[in-house]
Design a binder for this molecule. Structure first.
Ligand SMILES: *[C@@H]1O[C@H](CO)[C@@H](O)[C@H](O)[C@H]1NC(C)=O
Ligand SMILES: *[C@@H]1O[C@H](CO)[C@@H](O)[C@H](O)[C@H]1NC(C)=O
Length: 507
């Protein structure tokens, strides 16, 4: 119930009549009401050590990154969690409690948690629902209670919970559900709210059961820093395929979004489909590809966890990660994932034999809509969707197709390289630089408030008007994406025309 109350904007009084019906159904199905630790009402944002550092983690790395997240202004566009991934542990003591590796973390974990909290940030840690973690440290399987207690005692705010060395305790959704539910319950029993980030790679149909026992759930093998390249280690094209027995790693951006497409609607406030950490800034993709990667992760409501080395942050990486108009799509109070409305695989293939074009569309707060043209073909393409397609409905015709729409380009106001470089070069000046260009500050004005007020900095740049009953047409470069917010030209006057069926798919 809280889910609906908190996230459903009261756009029109007429629709409140629907709520009692919806609420009682959701209680019966248990799906919405089950996730009730109150966290991640919008997708979590932060930084995770794995993609850039793997096992090479230590105290000063964490402290440096916390400092850099604040100094570069990244905390103040929403990146609040710092998540220390695998390889922090020293083992388990005779009383059964985990302790940190004292060479890497001489002052322990509470020290790090305190440092982050002092900076207005939150601290995440990592373990595995197995005998060992993926890097073969002590795992938490059958030690859930003690491990959750020790993290709570250190002031931890987030747990990423992996799936390695699970002792064969997988193979049916129920077995896997119970293994991950044990930690959900153990965390709850500590009384300390900790965001629970479930990481079983989509195995055993995670999308069908995880949204009752986690705040986010990985739905694929690990990402790697390629846009389209297939790899045998990421053997599955489709997570529901019974032959998908090794979700693995080396999954491209395209592979992951194609896996999510059939159940993009399973993601919901408090429990997001996790497309894995970002690769932006790690160097393996072009700038256009990173823009596309970030755009989709935002519109598909994935957690946004930076995965790059912030000590070598480049201007183009910073200006992708700190774009408030795109982050506002991720943090939209309506909290619905975009869905794929078009896919064309009959386009020019690249050197890996891969190529396709896709259009994604999603509902936003206040009747706005996000549209992404994704060109993953090996050629520039003219892409188009009609307003009927963009506002696709369960039944009947979309009334929105009868309206004119203002088109806002969400990348047009991307920070310039010159300004981004200035911030990187003189971090002690960054607050002055950012306020000098009136950059959005989500610590000052949370996204929900900014969006509800229509803060211009969250809307991108208005570029054109799309007339009623027409086609939205764009030329899109090879391996890139364009991302737009559509706003009704006649905002306010036409609210009654908004479809009333968009509550149903909450169930
Ligand atoms: C534990 O679960 C209860 C409901 O089952 C919820 O109200 C509470 O907020 C949870 N506590 C924590 C610390 O997650
Ligand atoms: C954002 O706003 C907060 C709260 O007023 C302030 O402490 C912080 O310095 C601001 N950040 C930047 C980068 O200006």
């Amino acid at each position: 119930m809280a889910v609906l109350d908190q996230t459903r904007p009261s756009r029109s009084s007429g629709r409140s009549l629907l709520l009692p019906v919806i609420v009682s159904l959701s209680v019966l199905t248990g799906s919405v009401s089950a996730v009730n630790n109150g966290l991640a009402r919008v997708p979590q944002m932060g930084w995770n050590s794995w993609n850039a550092f793997a096992c090479n983690v230590y105290e000063s790395l964490v402290l440096d990154h916390a400092k850099l997240i604040v100094e570069t202004g990244l905390r103040d566009v929403g990146y609040e969690y710092l998540v220390l991934d695998d390889c922090w542990s020293g083992g388990r003591d005779e009383k059964g409690f985990l302790y940190p590796n004292d060479k890497k973390f001489p002052r322990g974990m509470k020290f790090l948690a305190d440092d982050l909290h002092d900076k207005g940030m939150l601290f995440g840690m990592y373990s595995s629902a197995g005998a060992m973690t993926c890097a073969r440290d002590e795992g938490s399987l059958d030690h859930e209670t003690e491990d959750a207690q020790v993290w709570a005692s250190w002031g931890v705010d987030y747990l990423k919970y992996d799936n390695c060395f699970n002792q064969g305790r997988f193979g049916t959704p129920l077995i896997t559900f119970q293994r991950f539910e044990a930690m959900w319950k153990a965390i709850n029993a500590t009384g300390r709210p900790m965001l629970y980030s479930l990481c079983n790679w989509g195995e055993d149909s995670t999308h069908a059961w995880a949204n009752g026992i986690s705040n986010s759930w990985r739905m694929s093998g690990d990402i790697y820093d390629y846009f389209t390249r297939p790899d045998d280690l990421c053997s599955c094209e489709n997570a529901q395929d019974p032959m998908c027995i090794a979700p693995g790693k080396h999954c491209s951006v395209l592979n992951i979004i194609n896996k999510l497409a059939p159940y993009a609607d399973r993601t919901k406030p408090g429990s997001w489909a996790d497309l894995d950490m970002l690769e932006v800034g790690n160097g393996g993709m072009t700038d256009d590809e990173y823009v596309a990667h970030f755009s989709l992760w935002a519109a598909l409501n994935s957690p946004l966890l930076m995965g790059n080395d912030l000590r070598t942050l480049t201007a183009p990486a910073l200006s992708i990660l700190n774009n408030p108009a795109v982050i506002a799509i991720s943090q939209d109070p309506l909290a619905k994932s975009a869905i794929r409305i078009k896919r064309d695989v009959n386009v020019k293939k690249d050197e890996y034999g891969v190529g396709e074009a896709q259009i994604w569309s999603g509902k936003l707060f206040g009747g706005d809509q996000v549209v992404i043209f994704l060109n993953a073909a090996d050629e520039d393409l003219e892409m188009k969707a009609s307003l009927e397609e963009i506002f696709i409905r369960e039944t009947g015709k979309a009334p929105q197709a009868q309206e004119d729409w203002e088109v806002h380009d969400l990348w047009a106001n991307r920070m310039s390289d010159a300004v981004a470089q200035k911030i990187i070069d003189s971090p002690d000046q960054s607050a002055t630089i950012l306020s000098g260009i009136d950059w959005y500050n989500s610590t000052l004005i949370p996204y929900k408030e900014g969006i509800e007020k229509g803060d211009k900095r969250l809307l991108g740049k208005r570029i054109e008007t799309l007339k009623a009953r027409t086609m939205f047409v764009k030329t899109v470069k090879r391996h890139s994406a364009q991302m737009y917010r559509l706003r009704s030209s006649d905002r306010g006057a036409k609210k009654e025309n908004l479809p009333s069926d968009d509550n149903h798919d909450e169930l």
